[in-house]
Design a protein around this ligand. Structure first.
Ligand code: ITT
Length: 190
């Protein structure tokens, strides 16, 4: 670790998120330390509420490492009334991208609009209430899965004609829900 960097813990089971966040944190003066463990996630309608409840749980744990942040992301498909939204992890594990594409069969144009959202919850200390930062990107569900990069729904989420899986991490970070939320967070802490 470089000296002089401020350390912030990122609690997640998802190594892809860590890769993206570390790239976003380059030159920020922050060193991101990955804490790989699972925490309870309530099934609530808004991802902001989900991360807030989870962050409160983590900070009250004995021996909680601070400062830390967590993040929850969700894909909200307009024609499906926002599904899978806060259920994105379960839906990805069960029906996956092929299942989403099947649900979208016969839908075209505006009907394929989708929003990706990230909510970051940051706790400065065990006694501090979490601060929430949001990032949103508007796109559409591609007609078929494309691209080898990224993870999760990236092959089917299209932004201005290119799926996130067809982008480098740097290109995705520039426009993604996670990139936007993390830049908000950096503005707050720097
Ligand atoms: P943690 O909760 O441990 O951080 P997770 O993978 O369960 O990791 P989420 O609940 O935030 O993370 O993710 C919900 C689902 O959305 C999950 O299946 C992810 O693979 C997917 N996902 C999250 N961010 C994504 C992104 O930037 N691109 C594509 N899919 C993403």
């Amino acid at each position: 670790m470089k000296t002089g960097l401020r350390t912030i813990y990122f609690v997640t089971r998802n190594p892809h998120k860590v890769k993206e966040i570390r790239e976003l944190a380059i030159d920020s003066g922050i060193s991101i330390q990955h804490l790989n463990y699972e925490y309870p996630e309530l099934q609530l309608d808004e991802i902001e509420e989900v991360v807030k409840a989870s962050a409160n749980y983590i900070r009250r744990e004995k021996g909680a490492k601070t400062p830390f942040f967590i993040e929850d992301s969700g894909l909200f498909i307009h024609a499906l009334n926002g599904f899978p939204g806060p259920f994105s992890a379960f839906v990805f594990r069960t029906i996956g991208n092929e299942g989403i594409l099947s649900l979208m069969a016969g839908k075209s144009g505006e009907e394929r609009r989708a929003t990706f959202k990230t909510a970051i919850a940051f706790c400065q200390s065990a006694s501090a209430e979490p601060r929430i930062f949001l990032g949103v990107v508007e796109g559409r569900i591609a007609d078929s899965a494309r691209g080898e990069g990224g993870f999760g729904f990236d092959p089917i989420f299209e932004y201005r004609g290119t799926t996130f899986a067809e982008m480098s991490t740097e290109e995705k970070n520039r426009v993604s829900h996670r990139g936007r939320a993390f830049r908000e967070f950096l503005n707050h802490i720097s």
